[in-house]
Design a protein around this ligand. Sequence first.
Ligand code: SF4
Length: 61
Amino acid sequence: MHISISDNCVGCGACSAINPEVFEINRNFAIVNPDFVTGNEDSCIDAAIECPVNAINIYDF
Ligand code: SF4
C-alpha cells in the first residue's frame, strides 16, 4: 500500500487523530510516514474516508 497526500489538504488533523503512526501534521499539511503503513492499512483507509477534502490517495500494488 502506498499513500500520498494531494495539494488540497487543509491540515485539519483528522487523519492523524485516526492514525497518528502514519499521518503527521506539519505546517498545516499532512505528511505520511511510509514505515508504519504496513500493519496499519485499515486505519489508513479509515483516515482516507474521513478526510473532508479527499486528499488522501491510496494505491495498492
Ligand atoms: S484529514 Fe485530509 S485534510 Fe485533514 S490533515 Fe489529513 S489529509 Fe489533510
